[in-house]
Design a protein around this ligand. Sequence first.
Ligand SMILES: [Zn+2]
Length: 266
Amino acid sequence: MRLPELLSRVPVTTTAQVESFLGSAELKWGKHRRIKVGKVFHNFLCLRCGDQRTFVSGDELDCLGLGDDQVSIDVTLRCTECEASVEAWFLVASDGPIAGQSPHVKVERYTENLRDRAERIDAASGPFADLVKRAQLAYENDLGAGAVIYLRKIFEKVTWEVAEILNIAVKKANGNPRPFAVVLEEVNGIRNIIPQRFSSDGYQLFRELSGIIHGDSTEAEALQKFKPCLQLVLGVVNEVRQDNVVAQAIEELGWNVDVVEEEVSS
Ligand SMILES: [Zn+2]
């Protein structure tokens, strides 16, 4: 196997014997070397495309020497459709000398900088994957308001689940639901569930999208704003999944997705 193949498998990290990629000369500590051994591929949810895309590196990978058995590799990856660019970093370690013939190597650390341009695929999978798919299907068939209804259901369900965990009331004394915006504000005040990129402008963008999701937007408006709305909702789901405390509590409770689907179809 060639090294880029191993890098493309991350986050699955297995030790593999790869073809020589540094050449025979040792890459000394602190020294750089550009290598041309193939491209790295990763699938992400591209936020500009609003869909899953393959991101691919250039022909050359940039290596930094860390010793005779470790190398740091920086890679920029580009969406094959819209060319949105993200970065990934790999720490590759070997059993013996990393330069030379057929080293046994393993990706010891991996991190990525997706820059609000892409998200890991698993953000779009999990309990809401089906609702997201339906929303996208409605959108592709020009059903703007229909697509937005699915997004609203996901958005509300996530917010209510977190509210419940935080012991925030979702109903008034008379049993009627409290306004969504109020519950959301209280939830977000305790645990940030609104992604940074939607709150950095003083929540203006968030309020606008949230208004489209919850208000009476026209069909054209709903279609036009579907993609940013989808990004907002997926972003909220992702924030919650990354909040270890909340995510664990939700896992213990179990997402009740069937209920959401019934509400949507009724
Ligand atoms: Zn793209």
